[in-house]
Write a protein that binds this ligand. Structure first.
Ligand SMILES: [Zn+2]
Length: 124
């Protein structure tokens, strides 16, 4: 650390940091999901525990949705990284123009330039 970095390196760094962040999130959520499943298995379901049972089910659904999202996000990020050439500006999938480095650093999984993303968002 401490040495000068050019913009290309900053982007790579941001992508790497994002991958690490998501990987950690996946590890945490996997652990959390395991704990929920374990505690649910330890609970003998009967009428009195119905309320608790549905809370566990809700928690499990919530955590596994988060986990699915994180796994998908990581896959998207990897796919985008695989398609881009190292050291070269990433290009927008819609208009083919280079995406600004600041945008890629802020949104490492992005495939669109700011203009196309905005257009797409307003269309949706
Ligand atoms: Zn574009």
């Amino acid at each position: 650390m401490g040495e000068e970095r050019d913009e290309t390196l900053d982007v790579d760094e941001a992508v790497r940091a994002e991958r690490e962040r998501i990987a950690l999130q996946i590890a945490d959520l996997t652990e959390e999901l395991g704990a929920i499943v374990e505690s649910a298995a330890a609970t003998v379901p009967d009428d009195e525990h119905d309320a608790e049972g549905s809370t566990v089910g809700f928690e499990r659904a919530r955590v596994s949705a988060l986990l699915d999202g994180a796994v998908r996000h990581l896959a998207e990020l990897d796919a985008v990284v695989a398609r881009s050439t190292p050291g070269e500006r990433r290009r927008c999938e819609e208009c083919g123009r280079p995406i600004a480095d600041e945008r890629v650093a802020a949104l490492p999984a992005t495939r669109l330039c700011a203009d196309c993303a905005m257009r797409r968002a307003s269309r949706a």
